[in-house]
Write a protein that binds this ligand. Structure first.
Ligand SMILES: Nc1ncnc2c1ncn2[C@@H]1O[C@H](COP(=O)(O)OP(=O)(O)OP(=O)(O)O)[C@@H](O)[C@H]1O
Ligand SMILES: [Mg+2]
Length: 335
């Protein structure tokens, strides 16, 4: 804990926001906000807002204030963060927290400044930014302070990032604004084309999580999916199987792969040999897709392995980063 208040690590993501305090995850909520559009008031945030999605009258709009890794709605993001910080620290906040908050690799300085400002206005006394791949590496406990190279791949909901780290900094990296949400869109579009059925993002995501995979599976799983017939407008179910989802995901996977390959191609030979030896660490929610490690290994020739806590480690690493400020400072984005 800092002298005057808590030290928080915040992973502000397109799909999920996590807060870590004392090395533990103390908050994990969907990055969603339900807004009363007439009174311009926040009705719910996080899980409670997600549950309202598609089930409330028109005056309440459920929105995702982050898009492709960056803030799409500053005011809503800031107010959502403020509610999250209050949840974690209590409302009195005599002593305001310090926070280290993530930004994806490759965002513009205007975009990272917005994150810094939102975190400040949300009630933090001091705010530091950290690039997600560095936070992930710290959270997982990779030996990043050494001169040897480590490859970290983050498969997020809105962004895919790949970075080679050495000496506590990023040596080569790339990112694409493609991730889990694009996969959901791809599944929905596949079902629309093949079955003439319109399904929601939420249903598409559920199919991806429950039966999806990166590579064809011998033992397929199936799921009944409810949608709306494109022609009649009436509700109708279909049965979707694993290998259909695999097919739907290939386009998105290839876009993600391009960023990883680009990093491998630009990695200096000295570090490249470290990476072949150590393999690539994969984290983010997308790493939970069945077979993704096998697929990445096959496509890149570099052994891919999953982090133990692939989703939590980024927030935990940001939290830990606050106690390593002196060492990290020159490698953190400035605003
Ligand atoms: N078992 C699973 N299989 C495939 N995808 C999954 C699984 N579990 C979660 N996901 C996906 O992971 C994504 C969320 O990951 P994560 O929480 O790392 O993203 P984020 O940090 O919010 O986004 P970003 O970092 O890109 O801004 C969602 O798209 C979700 O559907
Ligand atoms: Mg993320």
């Amino acid at each position: 804990m800092g002298l005057l208040g808590k030290d928080l690590g915040i992973d502000l993501g397109t799909v999920n926001t996590l807060v870590s305090d004392g090395g533990e995850i103390v908050l994990h909520e969907p990055t969603m906000v339900a807004v009363d559009v007439e009174e311009l008031k926040i009705v719910e945030v996080g899980q409670a807002a997600r549950e309202m999605d598609g089930r409330v009258p028109d005056i309440i709009e459920v929105i995702r204030p982050m898009r492709e890794g960056v803030i799409a709605d500053f005011e809503i993001t800031m107010r959502m963060l403020r509610i999250f910080v209050e949840k974690v620290c209590g409302p009195a906040r005599l002593f305001k927290p310090r926070a280290m908050i993530t930004v994806p690799y490759g965002v513009t300085s205007v975009e990272s400044r917005a994150v810094h400002e939102a975190a400040l206005q949300a009630g933090n006394r001091e705010v530091y930014l950290i690039q997600e791949p560095l936070a992930a590496a710290i959270g997982v406990g990779l030996p990043i302070a050494t001169p040897s190279g480590n490859l970290v791949v983050i498969l997020g909901g809105g962004v895919t990032q790949a970075a080679v780290l050495a000496m506590s900094g990023i040596v080569v990296a790339d990112s694409v604004r493609v991730g889990g949400m694009k996969m959901d869109e791809a599944i929905a579009s596949y079902v629309r084309k093949k079955y003439g059925l319109v399904i929601s993002q939420r249903t598409a995501e559920e199919a991806k999580i429950r039966i999806g995979a990166a590579i064809p599976q011998d033992e397929e799983r199936t799921m009944e999916v409810q949608g709306q017939d494109q022609v009649t407008g009436l509700p109708r179910p279909i049965t979707l199987s694993t290998n259909e989802v695999v097919e739907a995901l290939q386009g998105t996977l290839l876009l993600e792969l391009a960023a990883i390959k680009n990093v491998l191609e630009h990695t200096p030979p000295e570090l490249a040999s470290d990476i072949i030896d150590r393999g690539m660490l994969v984290c983010g929610g997308g790493s939970l897709l069945t077979g993704i490690d096998k697929w990445l290994t096959r496509e890149t020739g570099v052994p891919a392995y999953l982090a133990e806590d692939p989703v939590d480690s980024i927030a935990i690493g940001s939290n830990r980063g606050l106690s390593m400020l002196e060492r990290l400072r020159r490698n953190l984005p400035t605003v």
